[in-house]
Ligand binder design. Structure first.
Ligand code: ZN
Length: 223
């Protein structure tokens, strides 16, 4: 049920679906209509890239509605989309990863200057939603991303791996966490993966710190 204030607000500023513009009920917190939601193409098995991680899961395919939602979330300052997008991750974990006992969630860090420009790290916002639902701690300062990488967009597979080689390291403050994370099971989290290169490089940094099992979960897999 929408509250009086929601109804009043909706009268002056009608809520619209962020994808198709359709008018929504005053209490639609997702801001996405049912029709758009239903067009997300879900994946129900690990994606077939392993690299140095034990396994990578993706909730859905990076196209159509989900692609647009992720784009708005990252580049249009629509931070509130962390909630519905995070819910996709929570539902996926409930459905497929209930038996996995992760010790920590580690969102893939952005390079510092980029995060400053954007004002937030989208992976971290998603990790907060998931961490709260799973009741798992999130480590945001453990790994650091070095400056040298170019955007991955437009590079081929080999160039992507090369571009990211050595891109992550355990941060100065993260070094204090090394005794805590050694031998533990970690879930890396990001919004998107294509070749898995970013997840792979980040996993490498965690391996050097003695993490024993590293898994990854992303919202979307770009083919
Ligand atoms: Zn819609």
């Amino acid at each position: 049920m929408a509250t009086f204030w929601e109804l009043l607000l909706n009268f002056f500023f009608p809520l619209q679906c962020v994808i198709c513009g359709r008018l929504l009920a005053a209490d639609n917190k997702e801001r996405i209509c049912g029709d758009c939601w239903s067009r997300i193409i879900y994946l129900n098995r690990p994606i077939d890239i392993k690299l140095s991680l034990e396994r990578i899961w993706s909730v859905a395919v990076y196209e159509g509605v989900l692609k647009e939602l992720i784009h708005q979330f990252k580049y249009k300052e629509r931070k509130y989309l962390a909630s519905p997008l995070g819910k996709l991750l929570v539902d996926f974990v409930d459905e497929y990863l209930k038996e996995e006992r992760f010790d920590y969630i580690v969102p893939i860090p952005l390079e510092k200057a980029r995060q400053k420009k954007r004002g937030y790290n989208q992976a971290e916002l998603l990790a907060r939603v998931l961490g709260e639902a799973m009741n798992k701690p999130i480590l945001t300062d453990l790994v650091e991303r070095r400056k040298k990488t170019k955007p991955q967009f437009g590079l081929n597979r080999e160039e992507r791996f090369e571009n990211l080689s050595g891109a992550f390291e355990i941060s100065k403050t993260g070094e204090e966490d090394i005794p805590t994370i050694a031998g533990k099971k970690i879930l890396l989290l990001d919004d998107l993966t294509t070749t898995g290169a970013t997840l792979d490089e980040c996993a490498r940094a965690l391996r050097t710190a003695g993490v024993s099992e590293i898994y990854a979960l992303v919202l979307a897999h770009g083919m």
